[in-house]
Design a protein around this ligand. Structure first.
Ligand code: BG6
Length: 486
């Protein structure tokens, strides 16, 4: 029987929002559902003056808040809490790492994961300090949270600093979208079935739409968000990674590098934007006051921490071309925004219309459509044309709907549960390789440069809508429309 894994998981930024809201609840679930967790050790590190008891109380509150009541069990919690330790360490102070060295003494044979859930500006210092304290062992891994850099130049500086201490195989660059169940299912759908591949190219596909829409605003993250904006926060990573998985060639195996090689080819095939393209093929927007689910919400400029008159975008829509044989002339539309009408992330593949329509109701807008829903309600829908019951021969689109929760009747793992377990087992498949990250920044940077020289500010849109009207115009110009408008 396989040995249960023994590991030391060290969270830098252990009192931060991500750790409390996502990482520790994810570990609670994994601890609950794993038979033998006797070898688990979770050490949270941050500057806050706390002891382990104080930290455990903090995590208890967070878990009660972020884990649904039906899943939260005090007995399970009590067992999980015994795995937690806390060390008050200033990550920038080398001498503070002595505390970590003492805690980790004698554990060099165990898997050691350093999870850097801090600002990327601290990554280099943390890596140097870990190395200086002799804490980096052959079984060590480092997890880097996004955003990894701000541009190609800053990402390169961070990657070089980390690479001085860790080998590429020890570096796990996380993009939590890749851990989502439906993204895994996209891989299963494409490469586990034979019926889709013959349709997966320019002859059969008319257009692809990727929408990552949120109803939340920037909340308490105003300072961070205003520096990054939607293009860096969502497109450079999540949207491009989805596009890669959708558009890549079939890899010859599920070996991490086989998959990452194919994703890299897609990134390199993205048509670069000229300054004119940036003006014509990209819409950037910024939300104004409006209403979300019947509740009035302020505009971006009135959110806490947002400087007056900032031109940071909270919405982006763009037409992307993938210049290779498979996808020539198939437009990919990407769209993401805060304070949109619905929380909805999905990939829509619209197939070409029938070459000659003979059935009433089969107009050009009624095409076969494959919808891969990431959230809410993860699932896959295939829209086909069926006859409307009755005397007349009339067709209309109906859905063949695979709802994962309904079909598999099991709780879907949160993305972080899968990704944390992958780090521990050393599986790099769902993590970005350095050359992928570089290629993504290489493609994104000219957009920012063009925006910096353009005088027109982001287009306003009311909170609770699908973004600026220019976003509809962008796609209507190509004779198409966004799925919710069709
Ligand atoms: C994060 C972004 O990476 O993804 C956030 O920084 C965004 O701004 C979040 O809200 C969205 O993730 P999810 O899983 O809720 O769609």
């Amino acid at each position: 029987m396989a040995q249960p894994p023994c590991f030391d998981l060290i969270f830098f930024g252990g009192t931060g929002d991500l750790a409390l809201r996502k990482l520790l609840p994810a570990l609670y679930y994994r601890h609950r559902d794993t038979v033998d967790c006797s070898g688990w050790r979770i050490i949270a590190v941050s500057r806050q003056a706390l002891d382990t008891a104080g930290y455990v109380a903090m995590v208890h509150e967070a878990c009660k808040q972020f884990i649904p009541a039906k899943d939260f069990d005090e007995a399970v919690w009590t067992a999980f809490a015994t795995r937690l330790e806390y060390l008050a360490i200033d990550a920038t102070v080398p001498a503070d790492y002595d505390k970590l060295a003492t805690a980790l003494a004698g554990s060099a044979e165990r898997i050691r994961v350093f999870y850097l859930s801090t600002a990327a500006s601290l990554f280099a210092d943390i890596c140097d300090n870990l190395a200086a304290a002799n804490l980096v062992t052959p079984l060590s891994r480092v997890v880097l949270e996004k955003p990894l850099g701000f541009s190609l130049a800053s990402a390169t500086a961070i990657n070089e600093a980390v690479a001085r201490i860790f080998t590429e195989k020890q570096i796990f660059r996380i993009d939590h979208y890749l851990g989502k169940e439906t993204v895994q299912n996209l891989i299963a759908l494409r490469f586990g079935n034979s019926i889709f591949e013959p349709l997966w190219h320019r002859a059969a596909v008319r257009d692809v739409q990727i929408t990552l829409a949120e109803t939340v605003g920037v909340g308490e993250r105003g300072e961070y968000y205003d520096r990054y904006g939607a293009l860096r926060d969502m497109v450079q990573n999540h949207a491009l990674q989805l596009l890669c998985i959708l558009a890549m060639e079939p890899p010859s195996s599920i070996d991490p590098d086989e998959i990452r090689d194919e994703k890299l080819k897609v990134l390199r095939a993205l048509r670069p934007f000229t300054p004119d393209d940036v003006r014509n093929k990209i819409v950037r927007g910024q939300y104004r006051a409006g209403a979300i689910e019947g509740r009035a919400v302020p505009g971006y400029l009135d959110e806490p921490g947002i400087p007056d008159g900032t031109t940071t975008e909270t919405f982006v829509a763009m037409r992307v071309d993938v210049d290779n044989w498979r996808w020539a002339r198939v437009p990919f539309y990407l769209r993401t925004g805060k304070r949109m009408q619905e929380r909805m992330s999905e990939i829509v593949i619209n197939f070409r219309a029938v070459p000659h329509a003979i059935l009433p109701g089969n107009d050009a807008g009624n095409v076969n459509r494959l919808v891969i829903r990431l959230q809410p309600d993860e699932g896959i829908e295939l829209h086909v044309l069926a006859k409307v019951p009755g005397a007349d021969m009339r067709v209309k689109p109906v859905k063949l709907d695979l709802d994962f929760a309904e079909t598999f009747k099991t709780r879907q793992w949160d993305a972080y549960e899968r990704l944390l377990m992958d780090v521990i087992s050393g599986n790099l498949t769902l993590f970005m390789r350095r050359d992928e990250l570089d290629a993504a920044w290489h493609w994104i940077d000219p957009i920012h440069s063009a925006w910096a020289t353009q005088s027109d500010p982001p287009k306003p849109y009311s909170a609770g809508t699908w973004g600026p009207t220019a976003s509809s115009a962008l796609i209507v110009r190509d004779g198409l429309c966004w799925k919710e408008e069709s």
